[in-house]
Design a protein around this ligand. Sequence first.
Ligand code: GLA
Length: 340
Amino acid sequence: MGLRAWAPGRVNLVGDHTDYMGGLVLPMAIGLGTEITGDRGGNWVMLGSDRFEGVAEIPLAGAADPADVEPPWARYVAAVVDEVRPADGLVGMVHSTLPAGSGLASSAALEVAVACALGADLSDPVGLAKGLQRAEQRAVGVPVGIMDQLVSLAATEGSVLRIDCDRLTVEQVPFPEDAEIVVIHSGQHRELEGSAYAERRAQCEEAEKLVGRLRDASPVDVEGIEDPVLRRRARHVTTENHRVDALAAALAADQLAYAGELLVASHASLRDDFEVSTPVLDQIVAAVRGVPGVYGARVTGAGFGGCVVALCRPKTRIGGPVVWRGRPAPGAALTSSTTA
Ligand code: GLA
């Protein structure tokens, strides 16, 4: 008997581009994810993939620089090996049901699945997520936050997670029984590498130099920023943080119409103030909002393409490329192992 490690992807309901500023996020795991099957042993991590070409061949001693490893998907594997420093190698296969480049955190799911398969300590999700965030930053050179890795590790079935990315605390917020999440693909593929993600983060950091920590700044402070671009970026982060707590309260109180309005307000902020939406995403959000049974919709994740997430009544019929629908799924797990 070999091992099976599973790591889910995620959608974020509100709180995008806030994690790297020490803000608040409200994501949940979905039922699509990445699975690794295989056996531990030897001095190498050797993985094939049903999705990507080539083989990841990483010596246990690690790669000199994960960013130089080929094929490109093996960079994530190399960076995780470096963080986890496993005692044993692994021979196995990566299977994924998550579309890559879709804003559903497929790279975090790969990192988390590799870490689980290598025997990383799952009892400390925050500590492991920090290591895997570092791994992603080293693998692709993008200054990502901690949300994706942490939700994949810490998710619990039936709840969304309110994560404070400064204190690194995770609270479960029960998802209403009479609601469902639908994920619609825009058809626009995007990679964070080479996107304006790093530029957005740098602009937020510039704004913080002017008004202090954005998570503590008041709307009055933010409106005083002279540069219109920095002002808009800062306004998004501060208002988005407030929407996280408002949505957590609305979901807990089963106030679904209000919850939907908060998704729509968040989309407008990502579109107008943070400028990470696209005309196609805007059109999908507008079309989906008109469907009876839909409370609200927004782009999810970093933007620049990818997916729209909609909050709906269960079984709402939505046309177009629905990639997943359901309620919050459980987090990562290692279900069987010869070496356990
Ligand atoms: C990507 C990053 C996350 C987060 C989101 C935007 O998914 O990996 O850390 O910044 O974008 O909210």
